[in-house]
Design a protein around this ligand. Structure first.
Ligand code: ATP
Ligand code: MG
Length: 592
């Protein structure tokens, strides 16, 4: 491909609304353009990267035995009413009516449609298992679309759905997808970790997120340095010895604490450590007020709390409600004497000590010498807080670290959720009707491109891993007016193309400086520079975009020199991506 005939509108400046580096570079490299909030057009270079991402995903899905289909983007509201999600999905679901006044939505995901498809077709255990997938544009009316391709409203997803006749089958289907995902992200040359994720009501380890490691990631994960443990922070259990405290403390008493609203203010005022204060958080869970207690220096983990309650929805109580429940101003809630709060949940850690400070449910007052077992009615002690880097690994007791990551894929065992709600049954070996056991598996085909750039870039631009690069090699013709140079550059381009290497020939009438800058910006992993001086000496200069390392290739024996050099570049990438065999400690973003 000749650059002069191609469309790569590179920019010097990033758009004002671009906060993260992938967004800036995707726009600057002429790969995407914004239409409006959360909606992007892919320009030719961007589309090439997107297609490479999609191709690898498809190849590995096919290899795992999944079958590609395409389902409509527009979905009838009736199906969503049947599954119950028309009520529950919230405003990310873009709903509209057609000319006959029937409800429709734009598909954010396809569980309903695929279940409807399968229940009409599959009748017997002989037709199971089946795994159907598609690569398709999804629409989610995200509350805060941002970060370019990372969180759009319209984006490309690979979604797959498995249907099995029994539990062992469903587990095998899940495993097959987990393995396929591992192959996909390995093949893409990315540094990633599969981590245990929250699986809500289903529980168990039947949900994993695939995280691309990058310092700019939206998610934090807990990773053990010593064993295989890796979990989303929402999910990571905190180890607890289970031993309750046996000490006693003096009787509880109320003390005035004027104008102390935060844990730190109270702790400082009373001369105790924040870790001696009980933080009382009031929530409304499916309409009912409940209290959660954690140590003053800890964070309540809302996902754990929600799962413990088995609630569909929880939210922090509004200030007015807090006043009503405590009879005090906001900032003085405590576990003793709440009005109309029947259930009080405490983090395990609060079981392990006594003599606490807590709010007194009276304005400008706290209590001290609080013994939760003696003075408060705790419904249950449970694991309610978010793990920290100081906690031991919950599996082996080893040291943890908390790197950041970007979720690019998710495998999830659905069980009977949709098949029961939508009556997707089959006849088993004994002729008995059973519900199909389902799994769903998503990959953000377009988010992968953003995640890849977050992980692989430097101050000059994008550094694409070879498998995702729009062009693997860019050939820079430094003297387009010089016939000999141009002929050589063209010859190299044609030779590489004939070998099946995606090659871009920069034949523009631009200064070398512009070409070097643009080549670095668009991130082709391999650069070949053809110039008059080099040719006089019989060499083509080669640059490994990742390391910046330059080599000279013998122009007379180009094929062999290129093959050797490329093999070295590929080895470098493989070593870089293979960090998972070493310590997780090295799991840092590449370009930082
Ligand atoms: P997130 O927590 O980031 O919102 P999700 O849990 O809603 O993700 P899934 O429903 O599991 O995501 O979707 C499957 C995949 O689709 C995700 O792993 C992610 O890679 C991608 N994805 C989800 N939402 C978006 C979005 N708004 N823009 C781009 N990609 C997305
Ligand atoms: Mg989401």
């Amino acid at each position: 491909m000749r650059w002069s005939r191609y469309y790569i509108p590179t920019l010097k400046e990033a758009p004002a609304d671009a906060e993260v580096v992938s967004h800036k570079l995707l726009v600057r490299a002429g790969m995407i353009r914004k239409l409006t909030s959360g909606l992007y057009s892919f320009l030719p270079l961007g589309l090439r990267a997107l297609n490479k991402s999609g191709r690898i995903v498809r190849e590995e899905m096919d290899r795992a035995g999944a079958l590609e289909i395409v389902m409509p983007v527009v979905q009838p509201g009736d199906l969503w009413k049947e599954s119950g999600r028309w009520e529950h999905y919230g405003r990310e679901l873009l709903r509209f009516v057609d000319r006959h006044d029937r409800d429709y939505c734009l598909g954010p995901t396809h569980e309903e449609v695929v279940t409807d498809l399968v229940r009409g077709e599959i009748k017997s255990y002989r037709q199971l298992p089946v795994n159907l997938y598609q690569v398709q544009t999804k629409f989610r009316d995200e509350i805060r679309p941002r970060f370019g391709l990372m969180r759009c409203r319209e984006f490309v997803m690979k979604d797959a759905y498995s249907f099995d006749k029994d539990e062992p089958g469903a587990e095998a289907s899940y495993r097959a997808m987990y393995d396929a995902y591992s192959r996909i992200f390995s093949r893409m040359g990315m540094r990633f970790r599969p981590v245990q994720a929250d699986s809500g009501a289903i529980g168990g380890s039947f949900s994993h997120e695939f995280m691309v490691l990058a310092d700019t990631g939206e998610d934090t994960i807990a990773v053990c340095r010593d064993c295989d443990f890796a979990a989303n922070l929402e999910k990571a259990p905190v180890a607890f010895s289970g031993a309750p405290c046996t000490e006693t403390c003096p009787p509880m008493e109320e003390v005035p604490t004027p104008d102390t609203h935060t844990v730190d203010e109270v702790a400082a005022f009373l001369g105790v450590a924040p870790a001696r204060v009980v933080k009382t958080l009031l929530y409304v869970a499916d309409g009912e007020p409940v209290a959660a207690l954690v140590r003053g220096d800890r964070e309540l983990n809302e996902v754990k709390f929600k799962n413990l309650l088995g609630a569909a929805e929880i939210e922090l109580a509004e200030p007015a409600r807090v006043v009503e429940l405590t009879g005090a101003a906001v900032g003085f809630a405590g576990p003793v004497g709440l009005k109309g709060v029947a259930r009080v949940y405490a983090d395990n850690e609060l079981m392990a000590a006594t003599d606490w400070v807590a709010g007194a449910n009276r304005t400008d007052a706290h209590v001290r010498h609080l013994d939760l077992a003696r003075d408060a009615a705790v419904t249950v002690f449970a694991d309610l807080r978010t793990i920290t880097a100081q906690d031991p690994c919950p599996v082996c007791g080893g040291a943890l670290e908390l790197p950041r990551g970007i979720e690019v894929g998710h495998v999830f065992k659905l069980g009977l959720k949709y098949s029961e709600a939508m009556n997707a049954k089959f006849l088993d070996e004994e002729g008995k009707e059973r519900f199909m056991i389902m799994g769903c598996y998503g990959i953000g085909v377009s988010r992968i491109i953003a995640a890849c750039i977050e992980q692989n870039h430097d101050e000059h631009g994008i550094v694409f891993p070879i498998p995702l690069a729009p062009f693997e090699v860019v050939v820079l013709n430094l003297a387009p007016k010089d016939e000999a140079v141009s002929a050589k550059a063209q010859e190299i381009h044609d030779f590489l193309e004939a070998q099946g290497v995606d090659t871009l020939l920069d034949d523009r009438e631009e200064r070398p400086g512009v070409k070097f800058k643009d080549a670095d910006l668009i991130g082709c992993p391999m650069q070949l520079v053809v110039g008059g001086k080099g040719l006089e000496r019989g060499v083509i200069e080669a640059k490994d975009r990742r390391t910046g390392e330059k080599s000279e290739l013998d122009a007379a024996d180009f094929a062999a020199a290129y093959a050797t050099w490329r093999a070295g570049v590929e080895r470098g990438w493989a070593d870089y991506a293979a960090f998972r065999d070493g310590a997780a400690a090295s799991a840092k973003g590449g370009g930082e």
